[in-house]
Design a protein around this ligand. Structure first.
Ligand code: ZN
Length: 583
């Protein structure tokens, strides 16, 4: 293994790569047995891993120094070349899919991979490519519109993410003023937001019709690679959440109101955990990273090995620097079997999320790296987020390393509370999108009415207290996923409920829960989601009655350990915000 900075970079020559790929397709067609075809397929893995590794190296180096002109040029080159290469890979897959030796191949690569190939073929065609390009352009326009925010704050100019700390200020007046600024910004772009979404809905519907679907929803499911459950299961999950989980979350909002000492809680208060505000970690960015190392060393031999590997090979670039791109991500370099974590630590609890959540994704990548079948790394988001959200719970006993004696209980409580509260919100975002794509002819105004109705069902306590943009039923317009990643959101809900199961399990039997988690991570995507849950001993959140069961166990589990901050209400507790789900 080698350090990240020593990994050699060489521009991929796509003319040559395409030649190689065509040769492989020919070899695949000429092969006389499944064994021979599998040997060709292993050559394909090698080629594709090399391409992925170089493209990823380039994109990491571009984001860790956006002023580096060399990697900027390389990045532009890949932005242009990669789509064509991807199309050719699909052509290759089609030949694999149509193999006369399917049985032998399926034995080796697994049925999930073949199901995913089938799904990929059904969800794209030449005819919809112009529409997909237009869709991308609309999404980019939306992202740019939000990024353009210039909010005047006491003489300073802030963008939306820099405004966030003020929205969560412990001072009710400050957060109210920040929310008014936010409301005014969204109000100023309201027509544009309506127009973009209307175009997106019509575009997606047209893509669906062109591909032979009645509405966008079934196509969206395929594009989310939902290969083992469908609309019926998701509707059943949402129904249970409405019945059981909404009242649960409402109880927690009520506790939050009491904790904040408010007569009445409005939108501007509910993102704040207590009168002292939201707990922040104590140390410097360097100390947070060191605390992470100590935590993973103690957590298990597997996590120690993983974290040592990340540190020795300098695979964590987490300290904020002016020349770095914003945000954070976890990615993977296949040739080195190496995960990579990018972040911008800034001394907030978001830094801790990187250590507990993103490291969960990276740990899974590290654990599953020895699997030679590359399709097994093609993990659905509902599964991938179990890896990370469960790690947030497995690391709970070490929160004090980040938050110190005084604030650990607050952070633990907030983390739990936020996780419970998230579930109804996640379902609301999902149900909204189903309504929208079922009725693509709705006007922007009708869509807002749908949202208002859903808010009454999923967040009945909600009071925007005069923030008129939000009062008009527009809150969803600031939720990126609705524009950028259609029908994605429910994956977080599924994963969160599974992570709760691990929480409940570890409170009773930490060793058993950890063994199951390792198993789940190692299965990766070699089994269908529903099967891998079963094999790991986790109940499916789709099953009737399970939501209620989770809730009862959550309450019991919280009560038993008495980690709840409200001494008088020992029957409930809650959780934090993960890095990527709400922004
Ligand atoms: Zn994640």
């Amino acid at each position: 293994m080698m350090k990240f900075k020593d990994m050699p970079y060489e521009r991929i020559d796509f003319v040559q790569v395409k030649e190689q790929l065509k040769k492989l397709m020919k070899k695949l067609e000429e092969a006389g047995s499944g064994e021979e075809q599998f040997a060709v397929h292993k050559e394909f893995y090698k080629l594709n891993d090399r391409v992925q590794t170089q493209v990823t190296l380039c994109s990491i180096r571009h984001t860790i120094d956006t002023t580096d002109e060399f990697y900027e040029k390389e990045q532009n080159y890949y932005d242009e070349q990669v789509p064509e290469y991807s199309n050719l890979c699909v052509e290759y897959q089609k030949r694999l899919f149509a193999s006369p030796y399917r049985d032998v191949l399926e034995e080796k690569i697994g049925p999930v991979a073949f199901k995913n190939m089938e799904i990929a073929m059904k969800s794209v065609s030449e005819e919809v490519i112009p529409l997909m390009q237009e869709e991308n352009a609309l999404v980019t326009e939306y992202e740019k519109l939000l990024a353009s925010a210039k909010i005047d704050w006491e003489g300073e100019t802030l963008n939306l993410s820099l405004l966030t700390p003020y929205l969560k200020s412990k001072d009710p007046e400050v957060r109210r003023r920040a929310a008014q600024k936010q409301n005014a910004f969204f109000d100023s772009i309201a027509d544009k937001l309506d127009e973009l979404y209307d175009k997106l809905v019509k575009n997606r519907t047209e893509q669906a019709k062109t591909l032979g679907f009645e509405t966008y929803t079934p196509l969206g499911y395929l594009r989310m690679q939902r290969n083992c459950y469908g609309r019926k299961e998701i509707e059943n999950l949402r129904r249970q959440v409405k019945e059981v989980w909404v009242p649960f979350a409402e109880e927690l909002f009520e506790k939050r109101r009491e904790r904040l000492g408010l007569e009445h809680m409005t939108y501007t208060d509910e993102q704040v955990y207590g009168p002292e505000g939201n707990p922040q970690p104590e140390g410097t960015p360097e100390e947070i990273l060191a605390a992470g190392q100590e935590m993973y060393e103690e957590l298990s031999p597997e996590t120690k090995e993983f974290f040592d590997f990340m540190m020795e090979n300098e695979l964590l670039d987490v300290f904020g620097r002016k020349t770095k791109a914003v945000g954070g991500y976890m990615t993977y370099l296949p040739d080195y079997k190496a995960p990579f974590i990018f972040a911008n630590f800034n001394g907030t609890s978001g830094d801790v999320d990187v250590m507990t959540h993103e490291c969960g994704h990276a740990f899974q990548g590290y654990l599953a790296a020895e699997d030679p079948i590359r399709e097994h790394a093609d993990i659905g988001m509902e599964t991938a987020e179990i890896h990370s959200m469960s790690m947030e719970f497995f690391t709970e006993p070490w929160y004090h390393l980040f938050f110190g004696k005084e604030k650990t209980a607050d952070y633990t409580g907030m983390h739990l509370e936020d996780a419970v509260i998230f579930v109804p919100y996640g379902c609301m975002v999902d149900e909204f999108q189903h309504e929208v794509y079922d009725h693509p002819e709705m006007t922007p105004q009708q869509r807002k009415e749908v949202w208002k109705k859903l808010e009454k069902e999923y967040k009945p306590h909600m009071d925007y207290a005069g923030l008129d943009f939000f009062e008009r039923g527009c809150f969803w317009q600031k939720q990126h996923h609705i524009y950028s990643f259609p029908l994605y959101y429910i994956d977080y809900v599924i994963a969160q409920l599974c992570a709760f199961e691990y929480k409940i399990w570890m409170d009773k039997d930490r060793r058993g829960a950890w063994e199951s988690y390792l198993k789940l991570c190692r299965i990766s995507a070699s089994e269908f989601h529903t099967d891998l849950l079963q094999q790991s001993g986790i109940e499916s959140p789709f099953k009737d009655g399970n939501c209620g069961e989770f809730k009862r166990n959550c309450l019991k589990s919280f009560g038993q350990k008495d980690i709840c901050l409200c001494a008088k209400n020992t029957n409930a507790r809650i959780l934090p915000e993960t890095v990527d789900k709400t922004s």
